[in-house]
Design a binder for this molecule. Sequence first.
Ligand code: GTP
Ligand code: MG
Length: 452
Amino acid sequence: MSDHDTSLRTPIVAVLGHVDHGKTSLLDKIRGSAVSEGEAGAITQHIGATAVPLETIADMAGDLVTVEDFDLPGLLFIDTPGHHSFSTLRSRGGALADLAILVVDVNDGFQPQTEEALDILQRTGTPFVVAANKADTTPGWNPNENAPIKPSYDAQSDTARQRLDENLYEIIGQLSDDGFSADLYWRVQNFQKNIGVVPCSALTGEGVPDILAVLMGLSQRFMKAEMEIDVAGPGEGTVLEVKDQQGFGATLDVVVYDGTINEGDQIVVGGVNDPIVTEIRALLQPQPNAEIRVENRFERVDAVAAAAGVKIAAPDLDEAMAGAPVRVVRDRDVDDVIAEVEAELAEIEVDTEEEGVVVKADTLGSLEAMANALQEAEVPILRAEVGDVAPRDIAVAGTAREPEHTVILGFNVEVLPDAERELEQSEVTLFADDVIYQLVEDYEEHVAEMQR
Ligand code: GTP
Ligand code: MG
């Protein structure tokens, strides 16, 4: 344990970027793990959280970060899947992510989800650093394990450096096209005005010290005031996932971004139908530097203060909804807290119309992202819900007046067995995919085909 002022909460850092550009690998390098290797096809399917203490950051960053220079306790990293819109995690509870790393494969450059991530960062005004990853794949690159990037970059052959430069300037140009003034990070004077681009490798660790130094600098210099919270206040958080945990039944993986949560606290959680009111039976904390998404060893703790990832065990959590808010009641009237949770859910609720398509998604985050994508494509929505495709959805989709609207768009959901049978007998077409853009594209193609 450190003796740092505990009323400063840990900044939350979201790691964003296109699929396979190296987000999980970069976190693996920072926390000394191999989560990416354990993933099916090295694809991240869920959102995760890892608390990295200041001591680990200082170790990793070498001379670039000294424990004594900082009074923030560390960083809480949120790993996101490349194909998953992050907008909800961010909007939930005001601001879940305080800072971000935008990971871009130097060879691949800007891709659809890079743009999507950048849109979110722009909309929310989140300060970020660009990790120009996989620099080690530059032909002729001479690796320097875990070294700061500038000396390593300077020590490369002219041809290797020029090849990397070409890719880096491509990225800087694309950032500029999107309205961000960016430069190689060692040339940036004011990180509030200009975006720093750090060439790096999640494989060799080069440039990782620099990324950590920029993040720590940003949080210490520009965000410290926002990190001062009432740690004694009632905890507020967001559900990342609802998971069965042996011996506990349905549990919640939660990111707590404000206040404190104690064992025994009464909480209100957004549910598939109504808000759930329950009492915390156990708080299970992953080890420092462990990813809550894959960790199976948890320490039972009495209390957790923001910001942290924690598993909550309590009765009646089966119907809790990923992406929904969690609130500790503490000294308040439980009805007020229920109203608060309902109001927050209503804010996320998707605007629906009298006529349109049916949308199903696995989390509130993906539902919102789907709704945004459909709105952009000018596709009206009749109903939008979290959950698997059920017979009821087919009935609803069947009521659409326009033939082009008798469809269900399902993101990352299953089709329940009863629904499968009904689907075969109905006029309703199901589009199912785990890539939002693909779903919208498939649907648009379907409509174009109908008009032919
Ligand atoms: P999603 O979570 O699915 O969006 O992907 P991701 O961004 O987390 O990518 P991940 O870390 O899983 O890496 C994808 C692949 O790229 C893996 O095979 C990694 O080993 C490889 N990779 C990641 N970073 C680097 C790097 O810096 N250099 C090299 N050579 N390979 C890398
Ligand atoms: Mg990943």
